[in-house]
Design a protein. Structure first.
Length: 552
């Protein structure tokens, strides 16, 4: 009925209501799904930044411990050589620091090379498979667009040649830089030339190659001349110091990233708030679209009187608060002392702080309400942490719960006198739906068969609501009613009455049914109607007066 009530141009090529609904609303629902996926991704990023922030004290402590260990190992290493070698030992230490730094720089370039080679593979994979699969899916989902193959090809995602050229150039530069930092292998100095340095003392150590620094370090180690007993110890301490320095460089890099966590958190939070608002924008869009889709029904109801005048079409957001609360309580230890101790306390807070914004608030209001709730109860929620989860796992689940929207949906339906039609008594619901059908379905001329429309209705309601509707509908279509109610037989001005009589039947057999038909003007039919139906002669007298028939 709703589908037919829309003018042909407004049906957007759909063949039925389900298809029209999908055309109008599927895009909005797909957009919501994308927003919720993005929300989940940003939540993961937010958790990572918090993890980095909380790691600052531990990273600082580890760096301090490594610096202390390196200092102690350097002292122990110095004790293994004589005092006349202290200058060479100092030079050796400087070389080790430079060697660690250059190896770190070399590893950065090596990672670039590996990443850029992988990126080349990604580009190739995208061009040969991903883009093709995307186009195939697009053609399948939008096949009604009526595009030709050559037109569809224009939708093939492509990565420009400039990207390929840039990646190739970056890879070539990183490969050269890596080779330049590492350098070429250098033969060790002969024993008779160990006192000759491989490069001037004033040379910038951080501009030399790894091979140069390693060769000079090895030369000085030999000159330092530790005895055989301490040689292994000297070498072991040297390697230990190098490893510690490398580890410390990595920790310092992590610490530098962690110190930016607050700044990154603000950026991610702004993005999260925007996406959260966009989810609620899809709710608003869907509500508006449904209202437009059902506008013909709304217009028709507004013009009605009687029972139909009390009927309204409503579109609204429904919040399954119990589901949201149950999910939250499963992540909290409700036995611990605190504001959320015991079941029900979380629900009370959500009802006060969130429910109104979720159910009817604008996108900005919903976003502010959730942020306010998080800020207000952040420490309280943390106080009820469930110990069966690791801190990181618990945090991920908590934020997924707090920022989730799957407990909210847009629904639509009918209300009768302000009450959802599903909550009406069977009798009231039955007459309302029948009246709605008779009032709205004005273009259908097919015969209509109705089985006992008066069931669960009192005679007054049958007369007041149904009789006139049937009189109006019979003008454009044939109506066949199965009934035991005199009002529907007599006052609807039935053209023909069929009296069915069931005879006796034997075991396992169906009864014989006899049918007798005629108009109400016939004496036989009037008598049979009086015998079977309620209403008595008064109903017939009223009909006779209208038809100017004299009853004996």
């Amino acid at each position: 009925m709703i589908f037919v009530s829309h003018p042909e141009p407004d049906r957007e090529g759909a063949d039925d209501f389900e298809e029209l609904f999908a055309v109008r609303c599927s895009g909005i629902n797909e957009q919501r799904t994308r927003h919720e996926s993005e929300l989940s991704r940003l939540t993961d990023q937010l958790l990572e930044q918090w993890r980095l922030k909380f790691s600052i004290p531990e990273l600082t402590k580890k760096i301090e411990e490594l610096e202390k260990a390196i200092g102690q190992d350097s002292k122990d290493k110095g004790r293994l050589v004589s005092k006349d070698q202290e200058a060479r030992v100092g030079r050796h230490e400087a070389l080790q620091h430079a060697l660690v730094a250059r190896k770190a720089a070399w590893e950065v370039e090596q990672k670039k090379v590996r990443a850029l080679k992988s990126l080349q593979g990604d580009l190739n994979q995208f061009s040969t498979r991903t883009a093709v699969a995307f186009l195939d899916d697009l053609k399948q989902q939008r096949r009604d667009a009526g595009l030709k193959d050559e037109e569809w090809q224009k939708f093939t995602p492509k990565i420009g040649q400039e990207a390929d050229k840039m990646v190739n150039g970056k890879l070539e530069a990183a490969t050269k830089s890596s080779a330049a930092i590492f350098g070429s292998a250098i033969q060790p100095q002969p024993e008779d030339k160990l006192t000759e340095p491989m490069f001037p003392d004033e040379a910038n150590l951080h501009s030399l190659t790894i091979c140069q620094l390693q060769a000079e370090s090895d030369r000085l180690a030999k000159l330092i001349g530790v005895d055989q007993q301490n040689a292994k110890r000297f070498t072991a301490l040297t390697l230990k110091i190098q490893q510690a320095q490398k580890q410390m460089e990595g920790l310092k890099s992590q610490l530098s990233t962690a110190l930016k966590a607050d700044e990154e958190t603000k950026k991610i939070s702004l993005g999260r708030r925007e996406v959260y608002r966009q989810v609620f924008e899809t709710f608003v869009e869907l509500q508006a679209e449904l209202s437009m889709l059902y506008a013909p029904l709304t217009d028709a109801l507004e013009a009605e009187r009687g029972a139909l005048g009390k009927l309204r079409f409503v579109v609204r957001r429904v919040v399954d608060l119990d589901r949201w609360v149950e999910r939250g309580e499963s992540l909290l230890d409700l036995r611990k002392d605190g504001p959320f101790k015991g079941r029900g306390t979380l629900r009370a807070a959500a009802e006060q702080e969130l429910l109104a914004a979720w159910a009817s608030g604008e996108p900005n209001a919903a976003d502010k309400a959730v942020d306010s709730f998080i800020e207000k109860y952040r420490e309280d929620i943390r106080a009820h942490r469930l110990d069966s989860f690791t801190a990181q796992e618990w945090g991920a689940r908590i934020w997924e719960w707090l920022l989730g929207t799957d407990h909210i949906k847009v629904t639509y339906g009918l209300q009768y006198g302000g009450v959802d039609i599903e909550r009406l008594s069977p009798g009231t619901r039955g007459i309302v739906l029948l009246l709605l059908y008779l009032a709205i379905d004005k273009d259908d001329i097919r015969p209509l068969i109705i089985d006992q429309p008066e069931e669960n209705l009192d005679p007054q309601s049958v007369y007041d609501e149904l009789v006139q509707r049937f009189r109006d509908s019979r003008k454009r279509r044939q109506i066949i009613i199965v009934t035991h109610n005199a009002n529907l037989v007599v006052n609807t001005d039935a053209d023909q009455v069929i009296v069915a009589t069931a005879g006796e039947h034997g075991p396992g057999q169906l009864p014989e049914i006899r049918y007798e038909a005629g108009g109400l003007e016939g004496e036989y039919v009037r008598r049979k109607v009086c015998e079977i139906l309620e209403g008595g002669e008064e109903a017939f007298k009223a009909r006779a007066r209208r038809l100017r028939v004299v009853l004996s």
